[in-house]
Design a protein around this ligand. Structure first.
Ligand code: TC6
Length: 696
């Protein structure tokens, strides 16, 4: 019978099972290792050690998991109580064996705690990992020193620099977990394990004393530079990955305590830097998007058992895949057999390619395709709970479809449009049920990109908003609620950047320089590379767009982007881009015709002129209430356009520059180029009050 012998402010409870003290962490939803929990663990471990009747200690998580690591909200604040590294050294130094019993997650400081224990058992469903790099920091409680000693430097690099959690079975195969326990009896299993350790008189296995696995790092120091090279593209611009690598190198080179000191210094540098502040902000910003002030969490969502998708083109196909992946049946509609067959083939090929890469079981390809019903009859959507229209961006066609849907869809069905720009209210007005109409704007490729802009119309019902947000999460998206305006949040801001980029090239800056500056800032590509990728002829027609702009002239010469091997750039067979003199000549011609004065611009000017108008537009979006909070705008830009997460999104970035500075530059450009740069009232006000978007 368990006997409760100690409780520390309820965050750690100690129960005695024979000679084993079971310390249960019970702090909040994720057992974040904040001050109270650290102090609680320290007191409980010391009490167990002092108790002569206790021969071994089991550390186990109460609730959903072992621990999600250090309390992220405490970073950047003065530390109180014992630090996590000191606590872990103390656990490791325990004179009685400590066994970590892991279920749910053991992440970051959570896994580091387990690594400071002498043994680790876990249930197969548990996940362990060191995701600190994703917060712009490193596993600073000994993780960079202990993990390589258990799994070797190569695997440690993958786990620490990659940051993705791994399953307990894989962790056991690496030697990171000593024993797997049955799902339903972790506690009992861990106690029995601890008793066995005592009975067999097994030694206290301290990872700090191990040297065998890190020998590889000394014998083959080249593995670090190889790893750097292999991952250069993924880690571009980030500070934390390099610091992680340096620490793992140090683990192989230095005695344990010196390695710990090295890790500590690197950790302090990172945690006090802007990148980590940005990445931690993004962690919480992502979670904020789910909170809608007038749509409480408990708003009942409408059940979605079947989804209809209208259009089997690139968007419709990608959208369908999201639902199929989540096990939700889809009916896909097209007007022509040929288009439908092409769409189905693309979906199948996508799945087969994923299976070839080993990321999907071959039988799952069939399971997913089996959930897909194809039809040429829009009436077949009558039994769908959610219908997403993903046809050509033409208001006339969309209006027609929605009035038809109004007669077909069952009562209560949600009617959504995937439009990227158009007025959802005008679309909703075509139906007798505008409360059921909403925008669900997916980003291309829709089966890959994480962002979903959920567009709330004037009359959209609250439960429809709640359902769209939830179904978005269910299919693995980050849903961000936005209001009706041209281009919503993302594309509306993008248009500002594009306009300025176009103006810059007429003034004589080359497209390659604009792209280079934007790329060096950290975005995946600049505006002209992006146009070439998307296709310059989207929305272009030979009849209506006659030789007015650079784009018109490029399209007229059949330079339509990557797909025609020429756009702003020339492309070789491997799609490698080279600057084009043809493009430069076209630009010069248009500039001359429009009487634009050619001049030089510094990289700083290119950056300011392309990105500050976006920030200004973001401020207008907030002013108009088209986004709930500045951080939602940042999440749109990070997940929809690849804004570098280490810069926290355009609004966070503007705060780091200081709004008075941004305002001053916008005013200067306004004086030169006109009201496209006119600062928004919100920006003016915040700058005057010495505040940032973060203070809204
Ligand atoms: C570290 O350990 C460094 C060590 C070195 C030190 C020297 N801290 O995500 P959910 C909150 S760095 C504070 O919705 P799930 C979260 O904000 C850390 N708060 O749950 C949310 O609050 P809300 C390394 C945290 O089941 C609530 O808990 N660890 C922390 O979908 C529930 O979270 C990580 O990076 C935290 N560490 O996912 C792991 N974690 O309800 C971070 C969560 O007020 N955590 N919260 O909105 C996760 O990835 C996920 O939370 C999860 C659970 C996978 C553990």
């Amino acid at each position: 019978m368990a006997q409760d012998v100690n409780a520390n402010d309820n965050v750690v409870s100690t129960a005695r099972e024979g000679a084993v003290a079971v310390l249960t962490l019970q702090s909040g939803p994720v057992n974040a290792l904040g001050t109270a929990l650290r102090q609680g663990i320290l007191a409980a471990v010391e009490a167990a050690e002092a108790d002569a009747a206790v021969k071994a200690i089991v550390l186990i998580g109460g609730g959903r998991m072992f621990s999600a690591g250090a309390d992220i909200t405490e970073f950047g604040k003065p530390q109180s109580g014992i630090s996590l590294p000191d606590l872990l050294n103390r656990i490791e130094a325990s004179t009685k064996p400590v066994v970590a019993a892991i279920h749910g997650n053991a992440l970051g400081g959570g896994l580091e705690t387990a690594l400071a224990c002498h043994y680790r058992v876990a249930v197969p469903s548990a996940k362990v990992g060191l995701p600190e790099v994703k917060l712009g920091i490193l596993p600073g409680a000994g993780g960079t020193q202990r993990l390589p000693r258990v799994v070797g430097p190569r695997k440690a690099l993958e786990v620490i620099v990659g940051g993705s959690p791994i399953g307990a079975k894989a962790a056991a195969a690496m030697g990171l977990i000593d024993e797997l326990a049955p799902e339903e009896s972790l506690r009992a299993h861990a106690i029995a394990f601890a008793e066995r350790v005592v009975a067999e008189g097994r030694p206290l296995l301290k990872i700090r004393d191990r040297d065998d696995k890190i020998a590889e790092g000394r014998e083959n120091p080249g593995l670090f530079s190889e790893f750097r090279q292999e991952n250069a593209r993924k880690t571009r611009g980030f500070e934390a990955p390099e610091a992680c690598i340096a620490c793992i190198e140090a683990a192989c080179r230095l005695p344990f305590d010196e390695g710990l000191a090295f890790e500590r210094a690197e950790f302090q540098k990172l945690v006090s830097g802007t990148q980590s502040a940005a990445q931690r902000y993004v962690f919480f910003a992502e979670r904020q998007t789910a909170k809608i002030p007038d749509v409480p969490d408990d708003t009942p969502a409408r059940p979605i058992a079947r989804v209809g998708v209208i259009g089997a083109g690139t968007m419709g196909g990608g959208i369908s895949m999201n639902f199929l992946n989540a096990g939700i049946p889809v009916t896909i509609v097209e007007t022509k057999r040929e288009a439908l067959d092409r769409g189905l083939k693309t979906i199948r090929t996508n799945y087969e390619n994923t299976a070839k890469k080993g990321k999907l079981k071959p039988e799952d390809v069939e399971t997913r395709m089996g959930l897909l019903t194809d039809t040429l009859e829009i009436e077949a959507l009558a039994d769908c709970d959610l219908i997403i229209e993903a046809v050509f961006e033409d208001m006339g066609i969309k209006k027609e479809i929605f009035s038809k849907l109004d007669t077909i869809a069952k009562p209560g069905a949600i009617l959504a449009s995937n439009t990227s720009y158009l007025d959802i209210d005008a679309i909703a007005a075509m139906t007798n049920r505008p409360a059921d109409v909403i925008g669900m704007h997916f980003f291309s490729p829709a089966n890959v990109m994480r962002l979903l802009e959920v567009v709330r119309g004037e009359k959209t019902a609250k439960d429809v908003v709640a359902t769209a947000m939830q179904i978005g999460r269910k299919i693995g998206k980050i849903s961000v609620l936005v209001g009706v305006c041209h281009g919503f949040v993302g594309n509306r801001m993008l248009a500002e950047r594009q306009r300025e980029a176009n103006r810059l090239i007429l003034e004589g800056v080359t497209p390659w320089d604009v792209d280079r500056v934007v790329y060096e800032f950290g975005l995946p590509m600049g505006p002209f590379t992006m146009s070439d990728l998307a296709g310059l002829d989207i929305g272009w027609s030979r009849e209506t767009n006659k030789s007015q702009s650079v784009r018109d002239l490029l399209c007229e010469q059949d330079r339509r982007g990557q797909k025609t091997s020429a756009g702003f750039y020339d492309y070789d067979a491997k799609r490698k881009a080279t600057p084009s003199t043809v493009t430069e000549e076209i630009i010069a011609k248009v500039a001359e015709r429009q009487g634009v004065t050619r001049r030089d611009a510094t990289d700083q000017e290119i950056l300011e002129r392309t990105l500050y108008p976006m920030v200004n537009e973001g401020a207008k979006i907030l002013e108009e209430g088209k986004a709930i909070r500045a951080s939602d705008i940042d999440i749109v830009w990070i997940n929809g356009y690849g804004w570098p997460v280490y810069r926290g999104g355009p609004m966070f970035w503007a705060d780091t520059i200081g709004l008075p500075k941004v305002l001053e530059r916008l005013r200067a450009y306004q004086a030169e180029y006109g009201d496209a740069f006119k600062p928004s009232a919100l920006l003016e006000r915040l700058a005057a009050e010495g505040k940032g978007f973060k203070d809204l």
